[in-house]
Design a protein around this ligand. Structure first.
Ligand SMILES: NC(=O)c1ccc[n+]([C@@H]2O[C@H](COP(=O)([O-])OP(=O)(O)OC[C@H]3O[C@@H](n4cnc5c(N)ncnc54)[C@H](OP(=O)(O)O)[C@@H]3O)[C@@H](O)[C@H]2O)c1
Length: 238
């Protein structure tokens, strides 16, 4: 299906995981895709396997370069922000410093930068899609900062859907998804995923492509705005 033919789409955090899977699906639907991330090494690997996607080094916290890039690509039809963009400290709230807690919000500030800088360069009927996460609404001990950041992303989605209309603003909330975010588990990754899956109704973790297809839906459905779509194997069920 080439329903995004002729569209220009920017995917922040598009060099790995959910963002890269999204960039691929969007490119397959005919759009011209710009996939951005900070590391040259990730860009090189992603570029080798995806020659039709335009990869570029860009940090969501580098506002002047972000603005210049978006200006050059205007008019932009859809912007997806899937960048992690922050150091997260997984620890009980009382064992975290203020600095560690604030640091987790760098993801949120990165999303704010992307939105502020992209809006002037958006096309008519444009959309913005952000990525939150299951902890926004179902937290486990040790994830308070991640939960607060996710809640902030979802609240911003609803607020901006009102303020920026007719630009559509949506979010997708992934559950536990097998991406590079968990590479620090090393050889234990599959064993840890199996343990984590015990609390998921579908008894498995998700794949980046499964989240990407929900993100693509938010681009293509012109009557969706202010919505958060959960892609979590049922993890949010009581
Ligand atoms: N995987 C999960 O289980 C899960 C669950 C809930 C929510 N999420 C959310 O889903 C989103 C995607 O995560 P993922 O699992 O796909 O992680 P990932 O595979 O690590 O991908 C993260 C992407 O973001 C880029 N990035 C990070 N910081 C950036 C910055 N400041 N500026 C530009 N690009 C930046 C990374 O490239 P560089 O490092 O080279 O910049 C990479 O392309 C994140 O917002 C994450 O919080 C993931």
């Amino acid at each position: 299906m080439k329903d995004l033919e002729g569209k220009t789409v920017v995917v922040m955090g598009g060099t790995s995981g959910i963002g890269l899977a999204t960039a691929r699906q969007i490119e397959e639907r005919g759009a011209s895709v710009w996939a951005l991330g900070r590391s040259a090494a990730k860009i090189e690997v992603a570029g080798k396997h995806n020659p039709k996607i335009n990869f570029l080094a860009l940090d969501t916290h580098d506002i002047p370069t972000l603005k210049q890039f978006l200006n050059q690509r205007a008019p932009i039809d859809h912007v997806v922000s899937a960048a992690t963009g922050a150091n997260r400290t997984m620890a009980p709230f009382m064992e975290q410093t203020d600095e560690q807690f604030r640091e987790a919000f760098d993801k949120f500030w990165g999303y704010c930068n992307v939105i502020r800088q992209c809006v002037p360069f958006l096309a008519k009927n444009a959309s913005i899609t952000l990525v939150s996460g299951t902890p926004a609404r179902k937290c486990v001990p040790g994830m308070s900062s991640v939960s607060c950041v996710g809640s902030a992303v979802e609240a911003l989605t609803r607020a901006l859907a009102l303020e920026l209309a007719p630009i559509r603003v949506n979010a997708v909330a992934p559950g536990i998804i097998d991406t590079a975010m968990f590479d620090h588990f090393g050889d234990n990754k599959s064993t840890i995923f199996e343990q984590m899956s015990q609390n998921i109704p579908l008894r498995r973790v998700g794949q980046a492509e499964e989240v990407a297809s929900a993100i693509v839906l938010t681009l293509c459905n012109n009557f969706m705005t202010g919505t958060t779509i959960d892609v979590d194997g049922g993890q949010l069920l009581p």
